[in-house]
Design a protein around this ligand. Structure first.
Ligand code: F6R
Length: 587
């Protein structure tokens, strides 16, 4: 949940390079940040509370530095608790992502030995453990032994001003090392490194990397040197910039037609392989968290409607409790943008142990999920920088639509439908429609609650639209299946309560209109979204009828509405909603 960056290299380059890296990682956590660089045989640092934004640092020129952008777990959001944390001698500095579960015992032992602590964090035990170990062994062994004594899932980066090295190790959270000529990097994700090099090494759990004169990969707990597997990244640095857009969120929404077309035109081989696995499996289970879980729910409807195939669904964090019935004939399809979500990665590891086949649908090359999977489909959505997921969801849905059509032996029909959906999304981006959405955002901006309903595939839309409004516009929204209305929620409807009704041209139309009537009869204000207007609607947002792909324009409209609503409600940076982090690597 935090962003980590480390650099060893050119004379004078460290502070600026680390700061730039942190700015690219800020979406991972943004309550406080800090950087430490080597100055002579000591480390000097700066720490700040709040977002990095356009901050500058006033640190000496240096060849080595580490930095961190924090999303607090242990200890409040204060400068003292911000990373890096240092040992008593100020030669060792540590940045960390994860939770040291046994930090209280370790801290008590270290205090007994005379170490002084200044923060409330679990992290601070690490530099002191390394300091203690350095009394009897070298730097990399000291980090190895300190790391081996930590309980929990952790990624740790340790800088040593005396040996001029950085050592990084991980169990749970992601770490990637980059090799760029005489410069070496380590970061929580590749987007922060791609400006400098496309040659990267993805650290596996229980691996450690030493960045000194060159890169050395070490396996833990024992410490044998192993040969690194060097990947070539295909992401471009330009993707990390907003370009002409004010926010990444809008930029990423606008990229959606290209993402859909890419899947329609270039994914035949990948989709055929996935379909073969689903065909052969005895039980297929899709899982994901948040937005990806709604893509998985949509997948169950798509496979049922289009391919007459039952595919199960579970929220990632609940899959653990459903795993008893998995066998070596089961197929597990984890869906994830980052490929790092612990609530997906963890149950997938367990399913793997049971012999299940894993076919991951994932956006980030080399991510943990990517490496866990026996078979993978890369979403090809490019980097998603806004915390709120948009284009990755559309890519997930596009893959699932194409897979369902392919399973039904109608792949060409699926491709044509996706091309049509992409064309329709471009229509949504036209000025006139955007003005309508902005006007609607203006009408909704002072509302306290928004209700959203859909049936069938549009139930998944309702859930996803709800999440977009909540996290982007910070407005309370509740999404549910239209039929559930009378089972309780209708008690909340009062005069003027806005309700968004997804009414596509499918078998759900008549019933969802009846639900809209029920809300209207109790004073609700109905916003209909679909191809056909209806007298029950107080406002109407027209979408083209793209059959089984109608979820695509429905969700794009919801994403834009959420964005405009955020702006109208005075939210300064919709790319970074409060309390959220892009990649959730803690439980
Ligand atoms: C919503 C959002 C989150 C993620 C969830 C899973 O906009 O971004 O709900 O969808 O944290 O993340 P991934 O897809 O990276 O596994």
């Amino acid at each position: 949940m935090c962003g980590i960056f480390g650099y060893v290299g050119k004379e004078n380059g460290a502070a600026e390079t680390v700061l730039e890296g942190l700015k690219l990682l800020e979406y991972r956590g943004y309550d406080s940040w800090g950087i430490a660089v080597k100055q002579g045989k000591k480390l000097v640092y700066e720490k700040h509370v709040g977002k990095i934004g356009d901050a500058k640092v006033h640190l000496p020129k240096s060849i080595l530095g580490i930095g961190h952008t924090r999303w607090a777990t242990h200890g409040g959001v204060t400068e003292k608790n911000a990373h890096p944390h240092l040992d008593c001698t100020k030669t060792i500095a540590v940045v960390h992502n994860g939770i040291v579960e046994n930090f209280q015992e370790l801290k008590a032992e270290l205090i007994e030995k005379g170490h002084k602590f200044i923060s409330e964090t679990d992290t601070e035990v690490i530099p002191h453990l390394v300091e203690e170990n350095l009394k009897r062994e070298g730097f990399s062994s000291s980090v190895r032994d300190a790391f081996n004594s930590l309980k929990g899932l952790n990624a740790v980066v340790v800088a040593n001003a005396v040996s001029k090295e950085i050592v990084a190790a991980k169990t749970g959270s992601p770490l990637i090392a980059g090799i760029g000529g005489k410069e070496l990097f380590v970061a929580s994700d590749a987007s922060a490194i791609v400006k400098h090099t496309n040659k990267v090494v993805f650290l596996e759990d229980n691996q450690m990397v030493i960045l000194g004169e060159k890169l050395k990969l070490i396996s833990l707990p024992k410490g044998q040197e192993i040969k690194p597997n060097i990947y070539a990244l295909d992401w471009k640095f330009e993707d990390t910039k907003k370009g002409k857009y004010k926010h990444f969120l809008l930029k990423e929404i606008q990229e959606e037609p290209r993402v859909i077309e890419n899947i329609a035109l270039n994914y035949t081989v990948e989709i055929n392989q996935l379909v073969k696995l689903i065909d052969q499996a005895f039980g297929t289970f899709m899982l994901g968290c948040g937005t990806a879980s709604y893509a998985a729910i949509a997948g169950t409807y798509l496979f049922s409607r289009i391919a007459k195939k039952h595919v199960n669904f579970s929220i990632g964090s609940e899959f653990d409790y459903l795993e008893d019935y998995l066998t070596d004939k089961s197929l597990v399809i984890p869906i994830s943008q980052s490929g790092e979500t612990i609530d997906v990665v963890d149950p997938v590891a367990k399913a793997k142990k049971k012999g299940c086949k894993i076919a991951a649908i994932v956006n980030v090359l080399g991510s943990t999920l990517y490496r866990q999977a026996d078979y993978k489909i890369l979403l090809g959505a490019g980097q998603e920088k806004a915390v709120v997921s948009t284009k990755a969801f559309i890519a997930m849905i596009s893959v699932l639509i194409l897979a369902a059509y392919s399973l039904a032996r109608k792949q060409t029909q699926g491709k044509n439908l996706l091309m049509k959906a992409a064309k329709n999304v471009r229509e949504i981006f036209k000025d006139e429609f955007n003005k309508t959405l902005q006007k609607m955002a203006d009408e909704l901006k002072h509302k306290e609650h928004i209700y959203i309903i859909g049936r069938g595939l549009s139930y998944a839309t309702a859930l996803e639209a709800t999440l977009k409004l909540k996290e982007t516009a910070c407005i309370h929204a509740e999404g549910f299946a239209g039929g559930e209305l009378k089972h309780g929620v209708i008690a909340l409807i009062e005069k003027g309560a806005p309700c968004i009704v997804f009414a596509p041209n499918d078998e759900t139309y008549n019933d969802i209109i009846s639900n809209a009537q029920e809300i209207k009869a109790r004073g609700g204000f109905i916003i209909g979204v679909g191809p056909k207007n209806n007298t029950v609607f107080d406002r109407f947002l027209e979408t083209a009828d793209v059959g089984d792909a109608t979820i695509i324009p429905q969700v794009v409209i919801s994403q834009l509405l959420a964005y405009y609503l955020a702006l109208k409600r005075g939210i300064k940076d919709p790319d970074k909603p409060r309390n959220l982090a892009k990649s959730v690597t803690v439980k």
